[in-house]
Design a protein. Structure first.
Length: 338
């Protein structure tokens, strides 16, 4: 069970065995603590009591904070004990200095590219009869997205700035082809200008960015539970305040968890509404968060059987940990099915 607080001026408090959201003495939502998995604060101007912080830390319930306009997650409150696995963190830092770091970087990038191709194939198969021309276009684009994989795999040794830049360049070429094909799926009335990240003013990019922020909060907790340091990555360069490993692992899940449900929503005519300041309105933000979290509970084929994406994410985080500790020979990225 997830508790999403999206109204400015709301107050979150502990009431007996529940968390209760109120505004101006009106009860907006309530959730039993024993069934609660996480809390998402999706608006500015939300207050919460210290009792809420304490009980969530005690029960292992993370509290995520998302920027209502910029479309990013700026923090998570969690129990301090989650950061206490020193052996795994030491192994993670050492892995950056040898071939394991490059192997992980290549896997993250390749997993994303393969999932992008599979999402285009997934969209194509449902248009084979209704729109044969679009089916052909999407199928061709999926093949072209995969063209960068051989270039990604030819690098060996320890990761360097040169190899990282080459991997990111190849990933960028695949992304350009992918988003060019996605543009054929986005309804014209959204006037989508193409993929934009920071400072996006159009509704579809804002929805994608907000969905990725929700997903990023889930990835961060999965890494912490696996004993890893979310800020020490391999594909993405380290920088103060940059959650590099979170950005690495999220690459495997963007298409399955965010792109697929949001593209499906806009093609079915679900409205993405903006408020006066140009950001998505509260109802739209809440719907996006709910859709992403709902998708996390849906299943994909993984290691021979269908498993929830939330479980797959946690397994992938643990596989990173066992790989850097030398307990796993290879690291294989998750790739969504189609």
């Amino acid at each position: 069970m997830h508790l999403i607080v999206e109204q400015r001026g709301a107050f979150l408090a502990k009431h007996q065995g529940r968390l209760r959201v109120t505004k101006d003495k009106e009860r907006l939502a309530e959730a039993p603590i024993m069934h609660l998995e996480q809390v998402l604060i999706c608006s500015d101007g939300v207050a919460l009591s210290s009792d809420v912080v304490r009980v969530c830390a005690t029960e292992g319930i993370p509290i995520h904070f998302l920027n209502s306009k910029a479309g990013d997650d700026y923090g998570t409150l969690f129990a301090s004990g989650l950061t206490g696995m020193a052996l795994t963190k030491r192994a993670q830092l050492r892995a950056f200095e040898d071939e394991r770091g490059l192997d992980l970087a290549k896997a993250f990038a390749a997993g994303k590219v393969q999932s992008q191709a599979n999402l285009l194939r997934y969209a194509a198969k449902y248009r084979k009869e209704a729109d044969p021309a679009l089916h052909t276009e999407l199928t061709l684009a999926a093949s072209e997205v995969l063209d960068v994989l051989p270039a990604m795999q030819r690098y060996t040794g320890a990761i360097t700035d040169t190899t990282r830049a080459a991997l990111m360049g190849a990933e960028g070429r695949a992304a350009a082809r992918y988003w060019g094909a996605v543009a054929r799926l986005v309804p014209p009335e959204l006037a989508w200008p193409g993929r934009a990240t920071h400072g996006a003013s159009d509704r579809f990019n804002q929805a994608l960015n907000y969905g990725y922020a929700v997903l990023r909060s889930q990835v961060r907790v999965a890494l912490l539970l696996a004993g890893l340091e979310p800020n020490a990555g391999f594909l993405h360069a380290d920088r103060p305040g940059k959650p590099s490993l979170t950005l690495d692992l999220i690459e495997e899940f963007r298409q399955a968890v965010v792109d697929r449900p949001l593209i499906g929503q806009v093609t079915r005519g679900v409205d993405l509404a903006q408020q006066d300041d140009g950001g998505l309105d509260a109802a739209t933000r809440k719907r996006i968060a709910e859709k992403v979290l709902e998708r996390m509970e849906s299943s994909e084929l993984y290691e021979g059987k269908r498993q929830p994406l939330r479980h797959i994410l946690q397994c992938q985080a643990r596989h990173i940990a066992t790989f850097v500790r030398g307990e796993r020979v290879t690291y294989t990225p998750f790739v969504m099915g189609w």
